[in-house]
Write a protein that binds this ligand. Structure first.
Ligand SMILES: NC(=O)c1ccc[n+]([C@@H]2O[C@H](COP(=O)([O-])OP(=O)(O)OC[C@H]3O[C@@H](n4cnc5c(N)ncnc54)[C@H](O)[C@@H]3O)[C@@H](O)[C@H]2O)c1
Length: 382
């Protein structure tokens, strides 16, 4: 294992904040398992944003050209947290310069770009991780363990969703997420990519999808401009799923969903039980075992704590409450560990590519109104 991992961050918006706060605390939280971390450089297209990020979060230098990060000889891990349209160019450049590449989700704004990113890290032989942070969450890792250990029997159904209400106000000016050329898709790629990843993580590879997309608000004002945007991405998506295992299911997404604040969740049903989870009660996992005939059967609630993977990094008792930032502490810790050579990183760019394949198939299905098959895979999870 190396003694120090020197980090460069590309982008300093919402995720720049989430990642920076995590890096500041990683060594202490993962003590003594991680190498020393240096916050070497932050880049943002807006120089003042990079400078403020450096001052606020402790980055040693700030630049407006992301290549000073991807090509920096003083950087080991490049972390890409820009809008989706820069992911491919920056990740490929970082890989070609021998860096470990951590990239926010979705891996790219098109299947073609995601494929190029995967090819680049594979060719360069560099470590890589895509930040599907919800699959790192202790309750979700526990769900996976219960499923893998047979505690709900064979999985028959998966139902996943991600609803937020950020885009409910049609008059609120919008940014890059609503621009198809930058984002690639709407709620299906932005928030839906997380759920597609959870579907694969918990129930295995998908074999076919049938999707319907809806743009609820066709024209929106553009942030920082007097222009309006004719919206070409979805505000909501309904996707039917078939899994390679024979299981079936569905995913729904929507970012104009009244009453839903950050409502990502799933139910996985098996022939001997079921599991359900929702982020708005993120410290709880519900587990049901079928078969009891005593009139007392029902879901039992497991409260996340030190007995659960990731939960052991933080507080000594269950129920004290883990939160959003803690998910990043777990996920980014795994990336630094992998960059130091002590672990294999997951989810990898191959997982990111597989999610982009599903999103792309869903977009094509919505266009044609037909089921779209996905290529058979020889194994799940990657
Ligand atoms: N894992 C998660 O849960 C999660 C949550 C939110 C966003 N994301 C993903 O993180 C990424 C960033 O999202 P965000 O919400 O932080 O966006 P944001 O708009 O808040 O921030 C993006 C930042 O990137 C900068 N930027 C744009 N182009 C750049 C360039 N060419 N070079 C350098 N900097 C550039 C912008 O100036 C801005 O500061 C997206 O891919 C998004 O899908 C992931």
């Amino acid at each position: 294992m190396v003694d120090v991992v020197r980090i460069g961050l590309v982008g300093c918006g919402f995720m720049g904040k989430a990642h920076s706060l995590s890096y500041r605390n990683l060594e202490a939280v993962h003590w003594p398992k991680l190498p020393r971390i240096e916050l070497t450089r932050v880049a943002d297209a807006i120089e003042s944003v990079a400078r403020e990020g450096a001052e606020r979060y402790g980055w040693q230098s700030a630049v407006d050209d992301w290549r000073s990060v991807t090509r920096g000889t003083d950087i080991d891990l490049v972390d890409i947290v820009t809008p989706n349209d820069l992911h491919a160019e920056a990740a490929i450049d970082a890989a070609e310069h021998g860096k470990f590449v951590l990239c926010e989700k979705p891996l790219a704004n098109s299947l073609e770009a995601a494929q190029r990113m995967y090819d680049a890290v594979a060719k360069a032989g560099v470590g890589n991780q895509v930040n599907f942070v919800f699959r790192k969450w202790p309750a979700v890792v526990l769900a996976k363990r219960l499923i893998d250990d047979g505690h709900i029997g064979a999985v028959t159904r998966f139902r996943g969703w991600y609803f937020v209400e950020d885009a409910l106000d049609a008059n609120q000016p919008v940014g890059w997420r609503f621009d198809k050329t930058r984002a690639g898709s709407g709620s299906i790629g932005d928030i839906g990519s997380h759920v597609i990843d959870l579907a694969r993580y918990l129930a295995g590879d998908l074999s076919a999808v049938l999707a319907r997309l809806e743009t609820v608000v066709p024209v929106r004002p553009v942030r920082g401009s007097s222009k309006v945007l004719r919206v070409a991405v979805d505000d909501a998506a309904d996707i039917l799923l078939r899994f390679a295992s024979g299981a079936s299911g569905s995913i729904q997404t929507g970012w104009a969903a009244a009453g839903h604040r950050n409502d990502i969740g799933f139910e996985v049903a098996g022939d001997e039980g079921a599991i359900r989870f929702g982020w708005e009660r993120a410290n709880e996992l519900e587990w049901y075992r079928a078969g009891a005939q005593d009139g007392l059967s029902g879901f039992q609630t497991i409260v996340v704590g030190p007995d659960h993977p990731g939960g052991d990094l933080l507080w000594p008792a269950a129920g004290l409450g883990l939160g959003y930032g803690d998910a990043f502490l777990i996920s980014l810790g795994d990336a630094v560990n992998a960059a130091a050579g002590s672990a294999v990183s997951a989810p990898s760019f191959l997982d990111g590519l597989r999610v982009c394949e599903v999103t792309d198939a869903a977009l094509r299905s919505a266009d044609t109104g037909t089921w779209i098959s996905l290529p058979a895979r020889s194994h799940t999870g990657a």
